[in-house]
Design a protein around this ligand. Structure first.
Ligand code: ACO
Length: 402
């Protein structure tokens, strides 16, 4: 182990690593990534094996608690999550305060923070008390994030809120709260539920990405779990992070509308005029294993639902062209998880502005696990340094002399 005490005592030297590409900000036992080899493991288990054998609720338990649950542990945990979906009736009023065109990510970040105020004993900003009540806080967030997300969608479309049904599975209940009314028999189709579960599972954690680092940063100041994950939602919103799945579909729609088959777009991406959204990754320099799993899942979902979407054809063509083009090959630009998640979400009827919300629901276990790990480690407040590039000392200039 690293002797952090000794490191802390050293001062005076500041290393510069723009964007933290080569800086380890913490020690962690949650997720392992080898970007050169395209390896991702939650708590040591390969993502491919988890995707094949597990489900989102079990993956959440594994991510947060470090071990696969035994049968009774999983039963109790699932029951807790499935039964906890309702939110306080008072929270419904909060939705009325947002303009109807408010982005669901705005509502989500605001309401997750607010949720903590409905459970003051779980969100005290006293680290020991928050840790003592951690299990309740974590289950509350994992369960209710779906409800807030679905309600933000219903509000935006002027539709009445739909109450959760505790007997439905995690994903089925979310889809029910989103789409059950007006009646929609497509929504609880097994392939749709399973595809969404897979998307949640594949997003459950991804070590020190932008939003997870944000959660740790906020938590390092002693903020409670609700406030910390609310900050994570804001960090996730940007198009270079969680917003990329939305940007992928917009890009495919634009390519389709312009009559291009992807060839012109690839050329523009090479000159820097645009970016091939859903391609490239700070860590994966071989391939993103989640993209591989989702690419195959996309084929299955489209076949099962009998969907013939020209956007999937364009996506396949872009992938093939990029694989054969030296610009993309030499820069190690491969499809990332967002490339196929966007296409699947659009096929199963999720509106574009909910895509990043879906990512946030999926990433919740990772944010929670990282909050717990940081809080238990007793880490000191995070406070990076900078390389100052501004003016050297100069005398104050009075108004009349400016
Ligand atoms: N399309 C075209 N060129 C690209 C792309 C892309 N998607 N991504 C990177 N490049 C090029 C850059 O222009 C740069 O070229 P240069 O060396 O000639 O200047 C080179 O590849 C390196 O790119 P950086 O921006 O330095 O790579 P970085 O690691 O900082 O960025 C990122 C990674 C943000 C993911 C980037 O690849 C990108 O913008 N991709 C598109 C957005 C996206 O899909 N984001 C989702 C990320 S995954 C996630 O959050 C779950």
């Amino acid at each position: 182990a690293i002797d952090t005490r000794k490191l802390r005592a050293q001062s005076g030297v500041v290393t510069y690593d723009e964007g933290y590409g080569n800086t380890g900000s913490c020690e962690s036992k949650i997720t392992f990534i080898d970007g050169e080899k395209g390896i991702l493991r939650y708590r040591g288990y390969p993502i491919e094996e988890i995707a094949e054998n597990s489900n989102f609720v079990e993956a959440a338990y594994l991510t947060i608690y470090g071990e696969l649950p035994k049968a009774d542990e999983l039963r109790n945990y699932s029951r807790r999550i499935l039964r906890g979906a309702s939110i306080h009736e008072g929270m419904k009023n909060l939705f009325n305060g947002f303009p109807t065109n408010a982005h669901p990510m705005v509502i989500l970040s605001a309401l997750l923070n607010t949720l903590g105020s409905y459970y003051p004993e779980l969100a005290t900003n006293d680290r020991q008390k928050d840790l003592d009540n951690f299990d309740d806080a974590a289950a509350t967030l994992i369960s209710k994030v779906r409800t807030v997300a679905a309600m933000s969608y219903r509000m935006k479309h002027g539709l009445p809120f739909i109450y959760p049904k505790p007997k439905l599975s995690y994903c089925a209940n979310f889809l029910h709260m989103m789409f059950s009314e007006p009646y929609n028999d497509y929504v609880l189709h097994d392939d749709v539920v399973n595809a969404l579960d897979l998307i949640f599972l594949l997003h459950a954690d991804h070590e020190q990405n932008c939003s997870t680092s944000t959660v740790r940063m906020v938590a390092s100041g002693g903020a409670n779990l609700f406030a910390s994950v609310s900050a994570g939602v804001c960090a996730l919103w940007g198009p270079l992070h969680g917003g990329a799945n939305m940007a992928v579909v917009k890009m495919l729609q634009d390519i389709h509308a312009s009559g291009d088959d992807g060839t012109d777009f690839i050329e523009k991406a090479k000159t820097g005029e645009t970016r091939l959204m859903g391609f490239g990754h700070r860590v994966y320099k071989n391939y993103d294993p989640r993209a591989k799993i989702l690419g195959e899942a996309a084929e299955r979902v489209f076949a099962a639902l009998n969907i013939n979407d020209p956007l999937l054809d364009i996506a396949r063509r872009l992938e093939t062209k990029a694989r054969e083009d030296d610009y993309f090959v030499s820069r190690n630009l491969y499809p990332n998880v967002d490339f196929y998640s966007g296409i699947i979400l659009q096929a199963i009827g999720l509106p574009l502005d909910m895509f990043t919300v879906i990512f946030a629901i999926g990433r919740m276990p990772g944010w929670i696990a990282n909050w717990k790990e940081l809080a238990e480690s007793g880490a000191r407040i995070h406070r990076p340094r900078q390389i100052y590039q501004g003016s050297t000392q100069r005398p104050y200039v009075k108004m009349e002399a400016r």
